[in-house]
Design a binder for this molecule. Structure first.
Ligand code: FEO
Length: 183
């Protein structure tokens, strides 16, 4: 009896998405390191936490593939792009990367619908909801930097923003929601 409940194409798409989540984690990690080195430890802390969250997303895909009897293929993760040129650029990149990820999630939802793979369709709904939260979170970051003055923001305004993000760590339920212990 065939025990793999995933079609070849869905298995491949889920594996690719697993790698994409790992890539997202590397991007956040690189940006967090950059922000911290630039003196924005609060922003760095926020981004480090998000890097961890993306690793948890990666694990959710890995666990799902295994649970469905599929084959997990761990692939190389591309290196992140070059460092941002300033905080606004950093937050822009965060937003772009989340939008790109949403498009990729939607493709798998569409595939599962077309193939009537309702288990995968149902599994993917968690990510559809998560992407709404993540896009909102990154849009809020863009609003904050705009209010601080955008590219013309003073050092004082940026340090205020830095402090705000440092304190936000305990106020961001969406960043805590996904863990491997509490998926
Ligand atoms: Fe795993 Fe930010 O999406």
């Amino acid at each position: 009896m065939k025990t793999n409940r995933l079609s070849k194409s869905i298995e491949a798409a889920l594996n690719a998405q697993m790698t994409k989540e790992a890539y997202a984690s590397q991007i956040y990690l690189a940006q967090a390191a950059w922000a911290t080195a630039e003196g924005y430890g609060g922003v760095g802390n926020f981004l480090f936490r998000h890097a961890h969250e993306e690793r948890n997303h990666m694990m959710k895909f890995l666990e799902y593939i295994l649970n469905r009897g599929g084959k997990v293929t761990v692939m190389a993760i591309p290196a992140p792009d070059k460092n941002p040129s300033n905080l606004q650029d950093c937050f822009n990149k965060v937003f772009e990367q989340e939008v790109d990820n949403t498009a990729s999630i939607y493709k798998i939802v569409k595939m599962s619908l077309e193939q009537e793979d309702w288990a995968t369709w149902n599994f993917m709904q968690w990510f559809v909801k998560e992407q709404v939260e993540e896009e909102t979170l990154s849009l809020n970051l863009l609003d904050k930097i705009k209010i601080a003055g955008g590219e013309k923001a003073t050092d004082e305004a940026l340090q205020e923003l830095n402090k705000e993000l440092k304190n936000m760590a305990d106020e961001a339920p969406e960043a805590r929601e996904a863990t491997t212990e509490n998926p």
